[in-house]
Design a protein around this ligand. Structure first.
Ligand code: KMH
Ligand code: ZN
Length: 302
């Protein structure tokens, strides 16, 4: 089996500061968590920004500039900037930071979908900031918009024009067929790095059978021209990504996807989750890839 890539998604845009005091929010916190994750063995860092005053997800290039150069200077990890941003941002906003930073990698979400958050919201008893309550309550009506035109624009402006390669976020089997459509149109070239996303309410459920099915269909559509990685939301994170690693896939951890380190216990840092999955995959006999090995495997611009 190939070496395994560990991606760490540091803060995301779904969780709110009310949910965990350890969620990194300020530039200092995001930098510290990112460097800790890289040190622990994450070859790829998936990054979102937040407004340090409120903790709210931010599309501002200024907020990204407050931590990107510091992470770049102190580590050789591959930087992967979200083009998903948050479901309440416009596509224009979502592309501002990727255009400014021209990273080696970006995420690309492969379909429009519901993105309901109430499994997480149920845990909240106190709102730290006024924006959090409506944001989570309105998730009943939240549409995460990623039309074929949006995707083609990201592939052109961020991929072809700026040389980024993608973490293709596939939340359902249908998204694999959408990706195949872009391969057929010539907008996407191998090797593909597909992130199978489980457990978002609106996407495919976190059942082991769904992981084998996603892989079966991806094998059929992409043959040996793709690699898969697994992420799962909340408590399904570690079990499902472990299964993915045993199947030869790559893994993603991070507080964007789960705030916990084990049942009932909040993770204090992103590095804790990287360390835990590293121990598991090494016990399974997988060797962890370095950032430069990741660059080769993913054919990044470097
Ligand atoms: N929040 C994750 C389920 C993105 O940033 O583009 C997927 C994600 C999307 O990371
Ligand atoms: Zn993300």
């Amino acid at each position: 089996m190939s070496k395994i890539l560990i991606t760490c998604a540091i803060t995301g845009s779904i969780h709110t500061p009310s949910m965990s005091p350890y969620l990194p929010v300020t530039a200092d916190e995001i930098t510290e968590h990112a460097l800790g994750a890289a040190e622990a063995g994450a070859a790829v860092l998936h990054l979102h920004a937040r407004d340090p005053e409120t903790g709210q997800p931010s599309a501002s290039s200024e907020h990204f500039k407050a931590f990107l150069p510091r992470i770049k200077q102190a580590s050789d990890a591959v930087l992967n900037i979200s083009t998903g941003g948050s479901a309440v941002m416009t596509l224009e906003d979502r592309l501002a930071a990727p255009k400014m930073a021209e990273p080696e990698m970006c995420s690309l979400n492969m379909g429009t979908m519901n993105f309901a958050l109430y499994p997480a919201a149920e845990r909240i008893t106190e709102w730290k900031h006024d924006w959090e309550k409506p944001f989570l309550e309105n998730s009943d009506d939240l549409v995460f918009k990623n039309t074929p035109r949006d995707m083609a624009r990201i592939l052109t402006e961020i991929g072809q024009e700026r040389g980024a390669r993608f973490e293709f976020e596939c939340y359902d089997v249908s998204h694999l067929y959408m990706l195949k459509h872009f391969v057929d149109r010539g907008l996407v070239k191998a090797p593909l790095f597909i992130q199978f996303v489980f457990g978002v309410l609106g996407g495919i459920g976190p059942d082991p059978e769904n992981l084998t099915h996603m892989k079966l269909i991806a094998d059929k559509l992409f043959g040996d021209s793709y690699m898969f990685s697994v992420l799962a939301a909340g408590r399904h994170q570690m079990p499902l990504i472990t299964m993915g690693a045993a199947m030869g896939g790559h893994v993603r951890v991070g507080l964007e996807d789960s705030l916990m380190i084990s049942r009932g216990q909040l993770a204090k840092t992103n590095a804790e989750q990287v360390t835990k999955i590293r121990r598991i995959v090494e016990d399974l006999g997988r060797e962890v890839a370095s950032p430069d090995e990741a660059r080769q495997m993913l054919a990044l611009k470097g």
